[in-house]
Design a protein around this ligand. Structure first.
Ligand code: IMO
Ligand code: MG
Length: 431
């Protein structure tokens, strides 16, 4: 009864480096499970001089002997999943032997992507900046109780259900009367054939009853749950409405996998030494100057899914502490500190000034007009951290910076990542 689900999740606006850390930790777990999100995720992994990006496939796929579960809380696009599987196959990995899929997963139809594009276009300036992978519309159909699930492809009448849902989506987009959308609609309609081809490919995978699979696995060993997006993009706790459509925070592990709260073990909260955000929405510490541009260039802050330049800014400890509380983080993992090596001064936001009053509590309204960040300044360490593998070699200025963060957040930093490669880490407390 002692086994646990340990969790890796992002504490900021996504792109914290979850893929790398899951790949690192997956060497210690036999099962890795995605619990929410879909192909809006872009998890980058680097090893043996090569780079890979996975979207729906758990980042444990590249570790020998792992079982990779795609859990019930995920939304799966059979078309993009098939393409991802081809990439993995090219590396000599047979996806069918390493991935298991929950029957309760909701399917992303081509017309969910169409709806995503139509709703964003109709929103104009108020758009979310979605990845346009159909995530929002697929989760809307799920909570609206009309979605199609993986298990439905095993039953009679799937094609009819698909056609009905597709027709409803197209009718909705037509009613929106958007300029130039005739072609987009025609393209989505024509994807039906590819969709069904990819459904056939999907059938080659093992489908499981996720709750039993997870709880049976826990009779034998621990599971590593891999989050997607970040806590500030959580539909309930994030910067609504500029969020994704799922629970990216720790509660999403319980609902997304069908596991009891008492079974959650360690919660690894991942954050970058600075902040980034892609898409629209408030970002209190965003930099619009040369410093922001410098972070973007040094950190290669361009989207893994959409290629969009990411918005960059200083570390926001107010938002970070909020995320630590919401997730019950037990261990922090700090990424990309090496990207700040050359900065003479480094800043972190320690409070928000709202209408002349300072607070360290993350407020309801984080619109840029409402908040002026209050910064603490640190002298830069101005030393290349990327080759360092042991705590003793770290410069004092850097150690002081980490100590400040740990003190502010009340949680220890267990792993420091100092480069994209699998091996570029300093483990301070053996997790
Ligand atoms: P990973 O897992 C960063 C953002 C989008 C948009 C908002 C809603 O790689 O960290 P959606 O397509 O979900 O409707 O978009 O959320 N977003 C991400 N930003 N990393 C991600 O995933 C993201 N997934 C979605 O840019 O602002
Ligand atoms: Mg990403």
């Amino acid at each position: 009864m002692g086994s646990k689900v340990d969790v890796v999740l992002g504490l900021q606006w996504g792109d914290e480096g979850k893929g790398k850390i899951v790949d690192v930790l997956a060497g210690r777990y036999k099962t890795v499970a995605r619990f929410q999100g879909g192909p809006n995720a872009g998890h980058s992994l680097h090893f043996d001089g090569q780079s890979f990006v996975v979207r729906s496939i758990p980042s444990g796929i590249f570790r020998e002997g792992t079982v990779n579960l795609i859990g019930s809380g995920v939304v799966l696009d059979p078309i993009s999943f098939a393409a991802e599987c081809d990439n993995v196959r090219n590396l000599g990995i047979e996806p069918e032997s390493k991935i298991v899929i929950s029957r309760k997963i909701h399917l992303i139809l081509p017309t969910h992507r169409l709806l995503d594009a139509a709703r964003e276009t109709a929103a104009g300036k108020a758009k979310i900046g979605s990845t346009l992978k159909g995530i929002g519309p697929a989760y809307s159909d799920k909570t609206g109780r009309k979605g199609l699930r993986v298990g439905d492809i095993e039953s009679q009448g799937f094609a009819e259900k698909f056609k009905a849902l597709k027709a409803a989506h197209i009718a909705e987009v037509k009613r929106m009367n958007l300029e130039g959308f005739d072609e987009v609609i025609a393209k989505a309609e024509a994807e039906e054939k590819t969709f069904f081809e990819c459904i056939e490919k999907l059938r080659k995978f093992s489908f499981v009853d996720c709750e039993f699979f997870v709880n049976d696995t826990l009779q034998k060993h621990d599971i590593l749950a891999e989050g997607a997006q970040g806590s500030m993009l959580d539909v309930d706790h994030g910067s609504y409405p500029f969020v994704t459509s799922s629970n990216t925070t720790c509660g999403g592990v319980c609902t997304g996998l069908g596991v009891a709260p008492g079974r959650i073990g360690k919660v690894y909260g991942i954050f970058k030494a600075y902040c980034t955000r892609v898409g629209s929405g408030p970002f209190p510490t965003e930099l619009f100057d040369a410093t922001g541009e410098r972070i973007r260039q040094i950190g290669h802050e361009f989207g893994a899914v959409t290629g969009r330049p990411r918005r960059c800014g200083w570390l926001d400890l107010v938002a970070l502490r909020y995320a630590v509380i919401v997730n019950g983080v037990t261990d922090l993992i700090m990424m990309k500190s090496d990207c700040l090596d050359s900065f003479p001064t480094i800043k972190a936001c320690v409070a928000y000034n709202i209408g002349g009053k300072e607070t360290d509590r993350f407020p309801f309204d984080i619109s840029p007009e409402a908040i002026t960040p209050v910064y603490h300044e640190f002298p830069g360490w101005q030393k290349d951290l990327s080759g360092i593998r042991s705590e003793d070699e770290l410069p004092k200025a850097f150690k002081d910076y980490i100590a400040f963060i740990e003190d502010y957040l009340g949680v220890r930093v267990s792993i420091l990542s100092v480069g994209p490669d699998r091996d570029a880490n300093i483990e301070r407390h053996t997790p």
